[in-house]
Design a protein around this ligand. Sequence first.
Ligand code: FES
Ligand code: MG
Length: 571
Amino acid sequence: MSEQKLRSQQWFGKTGKDGFIYRAWMKNQGIPDDYFQGKPVIGICNTWSELTPCNAHFRELAEFVKKGVIEAGGFPVEFPVMSLGETLIKPTAMLYRNLASMDVEESIRANPIDGVVLMCGCDKTTPSLVMGACSVDLPSLVISGGPMMKGKFKGKEIGTSDVWRFAEAYKLGELSQAEFIEAEACMARTPGHCAVMGTASTMATMVEALGLSLPQNAAIPAADVRRKVLAQHSGRRIVEMVKEDLKLSKVLTREAFENAIRVNAATGGSTNFVIHLLAIAGRIGVELDLNDFDKFSKQIPLLANIQPSGEHFMEDLYYAGGLPALMNQMKEFLHTGIITVNGKTVGENIANTPIYDSKIISTMENPFKPDSGIAVVKGNLAPNGAVVKPSAASPELYKHRGKAVVFENIEDYHARIDLPDLDIDSTSVMVLKNVGPKGYPGMAEVGNMGIPKKLLEKGVKDMVRISDGRMSGTGFGTVVLHVSPESAAGGPLNWVQNGDFIALDLDNRSIHWEVSDEELEARKLAQPFQAQAHIRGYVGLFIDRVSQAHEGADFDFLKGGSGSIVTRDSH
Ligand code: FES
Ligand code: MG
């Protein structure tokens, strides 16, 4: 591409008053004039924030991206966007994923940027950046912040999935308050995002599988200096991508999405993968639906022995050969001829990548677990589908029929779950309503609701749980999630009552609610559906315009893109 054609030259290449304004104020940062004369301008979209602890090391990491950009002859400009931290934001970071994506999209389009490096880490910071960038469709590349090193507590390796175990042990009095506090420090002992295959690692894996990052992006720990080297290489490469006009839409083909679904299955990725990948596909204009997740997960066993589906951690995956070695194992199920951001094909990127530890990355011949991926179940309780992660569920509950114990909302659940006289046993099916996209609002990670104390005391470890909410990627259990349509959109879930029988059959991908049509009509007459009252501001917009889980929970008006052209100047 000739330098004149650079998008940024529509700003910096201008003569007269406009050009003066575009350049002069930038020069107050000490930038020499030749930087404005045709160097590719690389936006570094940074989600650094001290309120997003998983991304708190991003200012330093960005410096390595800049080094690479400058080495390759580009002009790096770092800019902040809304950063979503999973642990602090209430009521859930997911409520703001679409808002952050709008920030990213408009920030990229409105500014003199030729290519973008997206700095992603904590869960929602990946989809929000990729979604926003897709709607502009410039050359773009992701560098993830990397996972934390695994923790050590009382001689045992720990990570985020232990939070749920510690919480139960604490509830049962097996762990004291002081031990609980000590465990906190033992778990989060280095920079980075969750060390297990939670949503952040799932997203870092997803971008590598999609071909949106350089190889090994998924698993190099944040604290390992090779992450910095990867950032520097990413900075170098994005400049080349601008010259090659290697736009996102050239990488994000239907085949790339199919690859990502299969790799997610083999790695035991989070159920949140479904929601985010659907939303990304919607932005880039690739047809993808919920059934594709089931269809392309089939035949793929679980190869990675990483928590929560397995025992180990992201750093172990890296030492064992990383994602390229895992993808190499399953290459006959991947589209290997498609291009990735480094200009090479998937096949070239994964060639000659041995497995160094088959405990961590198993082979197709001898996989860690036969069941993997995302199972999509349908039935009269979820006409548009619901998802289950078989590798994190209990095989003895794959087929289960039980009596519903219904909680109308999260407050109702908290108020009653530990009441001694709650009519519940290990065969019950726990049902939670009003935690979906509109209902919570924001579709919180409460679907793996904790088991009642009195059953924990009897040693019950898992029960069938059903909701229109999500589950943390670090969570586990026989949990039916993302029921669509949700109860707050008038879905069937809204009319489930205590004592109704519900049958889950994972092998047949069904979820059946034993209620007659007459009974359902009578319930609807007795208690007509009432949409939520209008709320002001962003939350009101969210409730009005968010799509259902099976469509990715994006805003209806954000689907697709508006490209990168802006025709008017500002003065
Ligand atoms: Fe940020 Fe888990 S809390 S990745
Ligand atoms: Mg999460």
